[in-house]
Design a binder for this molecule. Structure first.
Ligand code: V47
Length: 368
């Protein structure tokens, strides 16, 4: 593995990256200033090699994926975020609510992870959400349930009058095994105000995850990037997550989520260059040295770009997903319906070893 960095000082074009490489080689933590160098470099080749070295030092050539399914029980949402095309008002002709029977009809025995998130329904009680989890858990005890973002948990706390702790305990009793990473967006308050002013603030998002980790419930974290944020907002976001992980060690994966503008109130934002996606993924791997995994969310990146991201520090390809509404309502063009075999091939063709996992990263099958 060390060979990856042989002759680095000679072939790298941006000599500022030598300092980053030396720190990574000697396992020293990157500073805010180092992160700034990474986000400003144009030497993508050299950056990719450093991020790949860091990924290899954690899990060698393994890239994980899961046979999973996303379920969004309702798109009716009490708040309206400018970046979101999914949430609808009760009166919208596109509003929907799934019955429990409908939700159960989406399950099958192959699934190892059920990812459940949705709108903040103005009329549903907390008990309704607990019922959904209980029914899914009973129907498919062999799958892990990864459900409800910190924003939803904050909402459940508001509508039930329970503390975050009590809400999370009840969700765990009902069958939740992990929290997804959504709702983090960008913690920087001035950007948050512009893209999702009514939403749970960054401190509350972090507090929900702190509580979950204290209770032994693992979680993921995300950043929504590619809209109004600066590189300093990205670094600050990662810094806050790294600090929380130092405290709790409860995060499993970090997922950069590329903003999709269509049908949103931010539709005029110009796309960022692909180099920015690669830098965000590489920085995530290098800066979040205490996070086990960085995920390439192929739904937003697209399948081909996700394969490139495997060479920029990524160790997880998410999974089959089956049906996706939140990002496709905003124009994502990734295909749905990919099979287990698709992921095996996608990972192998990139030169990595496919590992099928469950939601908690237990290895289920090695495809060598
Ligand atoms: O937080 C909403 C994002 C997120 C848009 O934990 C948008 O394993 C892009 O949380 N363009 C939810 N993104 C997605 C999410 C997630 C996804 C995959 C895996 C995991 C995990 C979690 O969707 C929201 C928000 O950032 N989102 N609208 C949009 N227009």
């Amino acid at each position: 593995m060390e060979k990856l960095l042989d002759n680095f000082d000679e072939f790298c074009i941006d000599k500022n990256l030598i300092l980053i490489k030396d720190k990574v080689l000697s396992n020293k933590r990157l500073s805010f200033k180092d992160a700034e160098i990474i986000m400003k470099t144009n030497d993508l080749n050299s950056l990719g090699i450093i991020a790949r070295y860091k990924k290899f030092s954690k899990d060698g050539d393994k890239i994980y994926f899961v046979v999973n399914r996303h379920i969004n029980p309702t798109n009716i949402c009490a708040i309206s975020c400018k970046f979101c095309a999914f949430g609808k008002t009760m009166k919208s002709p596109d509003a929907y609510e799934m019955s429990i029977d409908k939700i159960l009809s989406l399950l099958d025995d192959e699934l190892k992870e059920i990812h459940i998130v949705g709108g903040l329904h103005p009329n549903w009680k907390f008990d309704k959400y607990l019922e959904i989890i209980g029914e899914v858990s009973n129907a498919l005890p062999t799958a892990h349930i990864k459900a409800f973002t910190a924003v939803e948990i904050d909402w459940f706390s508001e509508i039930s009058g329970f503390s975050y702790q009590k809400v999370i305990e009840k969700l765990m009793e009902a069958g939740v095994d992990a929290l997804p990473g959504g709702g983090a967006e960008v913690f920087a308050p001035e950007v948050r105000k512009k893209i999702c002013s009514p939403k749970t603030d960054g401190d509350s998002w972090l507090e929900v995850h702190r509580e979950a980790h204290k209770l032994g419930l693992p979680s993921n974290a995300t950043i929504l990037y590619g809209h109004l944020e600066s590189i300093y907002d990205v670094i600050d976001h990662l810094d806050q997550l790294r600090n929380l992980q130092d405290e709790t060690n409860g995060f499993l994966a970090f997922i950069p989520v590329l903003f999709q503008p269509y049908n949103t109130m931010l539709k005029d934002i110009k796309p960022f260059p692909f180099s920015y996606d690669l830098k965000v993924h590489a920085l995530s791997r290098l800066y979040l040295d205490n996070f086990p995994h960085i995920k390439a969310y192929w739904i937003t990146l697209g399948e081909k770009a996700a394969q490139v991201a495997f060479h920029f520090g990524v160790s997880d390809a998410d999974g089959t997903i089956v049906s996706e509404k939140i990002i496709h309502d905003a124009g994502a063009r990734s295909e749905i319906g990919h099979t287990r075999e698709f992921f095996v091939r996608m990972i192998k063709d990139s030169g990595y070893l496919p590992i099928e996992r469950d939601a908690l990263y237990n290895e289920l099958k090695v495809y060598d």
